[in-house]
Each structure stands twice: as structure tokens, then as C-alpha cells.
Design a binder for this molecule. Structure first.
Ligand code: HEM
Length: 509
């Protein structure tokens, strides 16, 4: 049979077609690359030739070389200036003023679908909906839960999660072991998000050594983000695989799969019997979406829930961990923070309310400096310039161009923040020289219509966790210091330093 096939005229003609097709692809790719470099509307903007020629330049950088896009951009801006072309249709900006030209309340610019549509999940969620109008509808449904008033009313729930974290810290003290504060904060943020958003405590804070399977699974998946960015089909395929198959393919994802299963079961139960929600004492995202027309499907609700887990866990815990690391490494900062907390919280058994903590100037300065140091999202948050174009950083940018500025270019700007890599809460106590508040340049939650929905919860968690930690314990770093605050851009910063260990002893009064 094979011989017959080989002797027939079919094989040579097949290979002729194959070769012709290959040749056409090569010619088309080269032609497109040449067009992109020399004739594209963005051809006048400087940047690496390969980046102008093809999107695969970013894929090579982020996957093969495993480099951070935003850190590479620091070097590229030093070489090429304030505007750099980093893709055939993409520009990146470095001036802090350009940040507010891109991300502001008036701009109803689309999120870049090539990046956002599949990065977290394949179904539409608040995070992945790119068009302004559609996203606004979703945000309007959910925003009331995260309003300042709502978060203040739910602060006992946040305190409950912190109490559970402290109980586990106490266990470490009894066992004469240091504890990992990055893991502890991550577990606490996880419990807070799941309790508040879904009325389902993940109980991550009670896991031995704060090694909650879901937290470990999230840590495992974060470095996969660049792969998902360039190969979104993987996310789509994963969605068709049953959770058990995924867990079999990758046991590290076990905790994550369990969370998915728990959320699926919860959503199905709620859709079967909406009265379940009547028994929950506070509003959850399900209350919001079930009252919404049309009611999202089980998969959509689950994916929406997963967005909140992702968005609300590493962000808050990174800020807390970066801040704790720097506070403990600087005795003067540590002493000043403690003195302020001791005065505001004289009796250990009478913790102050969140509103009282917010009014403490030095704690506020530490919170802001922690957010500046950890950046929130470090990857360029890409938006699409609408038809008609826009002026950014003094240049005309044609409609359809993908634009962004990574938060690090604002937070590391030495004219705004002298010695930007140093942790200096004091900088927030003085107003900027020209009378403009420095707050304008604190952008960890981004700005504009797609900025963070969870900003009030994020602040509440950080204030209350710091107050509890520094008021209740004497703390000493174990083999780790500010020089360890190293990360790779995986959309969020993926921490690369040594384990963040600290010794704690209780303060009895
Ligand atoms: C310190 C804590 C936090 C920081 C620094 C932070 C930062 C950010 C940033 C920078 C964005 C914009 C992302 C982009 O456009 O690519 C964002 C969006 C978002 N955040 Fe947060 N976040 C925090 C906490 C939270 C919490 C606690 C929640 C909820 C539980 C949350 C939910 C969301 C959602 C749903 C979005 C998508 C909004 C949209 O696309 O319209 N975040 N966050």
C-alpha cells in the first residue's frame, strides 16, 4: 500500500503544494515584517527593529529568555527616549504625565483584547470584558459591594481573617519557628476575598506553615502568565478539560482545581436554590449578579469568582510583604510606626476601628510607600486608542494603536520620588514642592474607568493587617532583607527572593 502511494504521482504533487505553501508563508511573513518596519503608520516611532517587525519579539523575550517586559522597557526607554515601539501596533510610554493621558476617567478606551480576553479565563468577566460600555454594565453591578461604606461595614469580617492569621502565627511562636510572612499575608488575603465575595472562607490561614494548597497553586500558575499571554489557546483548551484531568496533568494545580470545584458547586447550589443567599449576612458577588439580567451562566459566574481570587490576593499580599520587609529592616521606621500604633491602640483587647487607623499619618505613609514599592500590576496595562487617534506625550498616536505605561515608570520616577528604590514613608508626609499632592502619582490601582474595583478592600486589608502585626508582635527578620525584593514581570510581580521568614514574639501589653 505504502509502495503504491510512493509510486503514485500523489506524493510529489503533495510535496510541491507543501513547498509552495511554505514559500508563500515565508514571503508573506517577510513582506509583512518589511511593511511593519518601513511603511506602517507607527514606523516613525523608535524601538528595536524586531519588535516593530513582529509580535513574536515579545514572546521570545518573555518566554524563551524568561525576561521581565517592564524591566526590559527601562533599558529601552533609556536608549530610545520617552516613546518606544514594542510591537507592530504597540507603543510604550515612560513619562509620568503620559500615564494620566492614557489612564483617566474621560478615556473610554478599550482594553487590548489580545492580552485581556483569555489571560485569566475564557469566559467574559469584569476583568476580561474589553469594551468600555459592556464592562461598565458589569462594574455597575458589582461596585456597590466594594464601596467604601460597604467595606467599612464588613471590617469585622476582615478582622476575623486577620485573627485567624494571628492564631497561626501564635502556633509558630509556641513551636519556636519563624513564619513566612509573604505566605501568611497571601493566605489572609485569600480568606478575606473568598469570605467577602462568596461567603466561603477558604481557611487558608489555618494551614500548617501557611502552605495552603490554593496559595501554592496560585504561586505555581503565576509564572505561566507570559505563556498564556502569547498562546491564549492553552487557556481555551484547559477550559474544556475536566478538573480531574487537569489535576492529573499537573498535580501542582490541585489546590486551584479544588477551589474551582468548590466555586462550581456553590454556584450550582445558588442557581438551584436562590434562597441560599438569603441566609448570608452580607452581600456577595452572587447577590449582585443573580439580580442582574441576563443572569450569567455557571461557568461565567465561576470565572468571575476566580477573577476576584486572582485580583485580590497577590496584590494586597505583595504590598504587605514588601512593606513589612522594608519596615523591619529599618529600625527608625519600625520604631516610629510602633509608637504611633501603641498610642492609638493602648489596650490590646480593644482594637481600633479601620476609620481610626486611616487617620494615623505615619501608618498611612507606610501603607502608601508599601503600595508604591510593590506597584500592584507591573506589566504594561494595554489599552487601544480609539478611531481618530489621540495625543500622548506630545505625539499624535493613530487610532487602533495599542498603548500602555507600566506603573513602575511612575513609581520609579526620580523627579517625583527622589531615590525611588529606597523605602521612605516620610516622603508622603510632606506635600510635593509645587503644592501638587504626591498622591496623584500613586498608581498601584491604576486610574480611569478600568482601575481597580477592590481599592477600598485593598486599603482596608493593608491598614488592618499592619496595625495587628506591629501592635501585637515583636518581629525580627530571619535571613532575608530588602535586597531580596526581586521579581519577574508575570503581569503581577512574581517574587524571586529568599523565603520571607520572620521570628515573632507576642507583645503582652
Ligand atoms: C492592594 C491591592 C490591590 C491592587 C494594588 C490592585 C490593583 C489593580 C490594578 C492595577 C487593576 C487594573 C488592571 C489592568 O487594567 O490590567 C485592577 C483591576 C481589578 N481589580 Fe484590583 N487590586 C487590588 C485589590 C483588589 C481586590 C481586593 C479586588 C477584589 C476582591 C480587586 C479586583 C479587581 C478587579 C475585578 C479588577 C478588574 C477591573 C476592570 O477590568 O474593570 N482588586 N486591580
Amino acid at each position: 500500500m505504502l509502495r503504491l502511494l510512493a509510486e503514485s504521482s500523489l506524493v510529489p504533487s503533495l510535496s510541491r503544494y507543501g513547498l509552495a505553501m511554505l514559500a508563500s508563508i515565508v514571503v508573506w511573513t517577510l513582506g509583512k515584517a518589511l511593511y511593519n518596519i518601513y511603511f506602517h503608520p507607527l514606523s516613525k516611532f523608535p524601538g528595536p527593529r524586531m519588535a516593530a517587525a513582529t509580535e513574536w519579539w515579545q514572546a521570545w523575550l518573555e518566554i524563551v529568555e524568561a525576561k521581565s517586559l517592564c524591566l526590559t522597557l527601562v533599558d529601552l526607554h533609556a536608549q530610545y527616549g520617552d516613546i518606544v515601539r514594542i510591537g507592530p501596533d504597540e507603543l510604550h510610554f515612560s513619562k509620568p504625565s503620559a500615564y494620566h493621558e492614557i489612564y483617566n476617567a474621560k478615556n473610554k478606551w478599550r482594553k487590548n483584547p489580545a492580552f485581556y480576553r483569555y489571560i485569566v479565563s475564557p469566559s467574559e468577566s469584569t476583568f476580561s470584558t474589553c469594551e468600555y460600555d459592556r464592562a461598565k454594565k458589569r462594574r455597575d453591578v458589582i461596585t456597590p459591594i466594594f464601596s467604601r461604606k460597604s467595606i467599612i461595614s464588613m471590617q469585622d469580617l476582615v478582622q476575623g481573617c486577620i485573627d485567624n492569621m494571628c492564631a497561626n502565627i501564635d502556633k509558630h511562636i509556641q513551636e519556636k519557628k519563624p513564619f513566612d510572612f509573604l505566605r501568611a499575608f497571601r493566605c489572609c488575603a485569600l480568606d478575606t476575598v473568598t469570605s467577602l465575595c462568596f461567603a466561603k472562607d477558604a481557611h487558608a490561614t489555618s494551614e500548617p506553615g501557611f502552605r495552603a494548597p490554593i496559595g501554592e497553586a496560585m504561586d505555581y500558575t503565576l509564572p505561566l502568565t507570559p505563556i498564556m499571554k502569547h498562546f491564549p489557546t492553552i487557556q481555551i483548551i484547559m477550559n474544556y478539560l475536566s478538573p480531574d484531568v487537569i489535576a492529573w496533568l499537573s498535580p501542582q494545580l490541585g489546590g486551584y482545581i479544588n477551589l474551582r470545584k468548590t466555586l462550581d458547586a456553590q454556584v450550582e447550589e445558588i442557581l438551584r436554590d436562590p434562597d441560599v443567599l438569603a441566609r448570608v449576612e452580607h452581600p456577595t458577588i452572587y447577590h449582585a449578579f443573580l439580580g442582574h439580567d441576563p443572569v450569567p451562566s455557571v461557568a461565567e459566574l465561576r470565572d468571575e469568582a476566580l477573577v476576584y481570587v486572582h485580583a485580590g490576593t497577590d496584590t494586597s499580599s505583595d504590598a504587605l510583604a514588601a512593606g513589612t520587609l522594608h519596615v523591619l529592616a529599618d529600625p527608625a521606621v519600625h520604631a516610629r510606626l510602633r509608637a504611633e500604633l501603641d498610642a492609638a491602640w493602648p489596650r490590646l483587647d480593644e482594637p481600633p476601628r479601620y476609620e481610626a487607623l486611616e487617620a494615623l499619618p505615619y501608618l498611612t505613609a507606610v501603607v502608601k510607600e508599601s503600595l508604591r514599592t510593590s506597584h500592584g500590576v507591573v506589566h504594561p496595562m494595554t489599552r487601544v486608542v480609539p478611531d481618530g487617534g489621540a495625543a500622548i506625550s506630545g505625539a499624535f498616536v493613530p487610532g487602533g494603536t495599542i498603548v500602555a505605561e507600566s506603573n513602575i515608570f511612575v513609581h520609579w520616577d526620580a523627579t517625583l520620588f527622589p531615590e525611588p528604590r529606597a523605602f521612605r514613608p516620610e516622603r508622603w508626609l510632606a506635600k510635593a514642592k509645587d503644592g501638587e499632592s504626591l498622591d496623584n502619582w500613586l498608581v498601584p490601582f491604576s486610574k480611569g474607568p478600568r482601575s481597580c474595583i477592590g481599592i477600598n478592600l485593598g486599603y482596608c486589608e493593608i491598614y488592618m493587617t499592619y496595625a495587628n502585626l506591629f501592635r501585637k508582635y515583636d518581629l525580627r527578620l530571619e535571613g532575608v532583607g530588602p535586597e531580596d525584593w526581586k521579581w519577574r514581570d508575570c503581569y503581577l510581580p512574581h517574587y524571586l527572593g529568599r523565603d520571607m521568614k520572620v521570628w515573632a514574639t507576642p507583645r503582652l501589653s
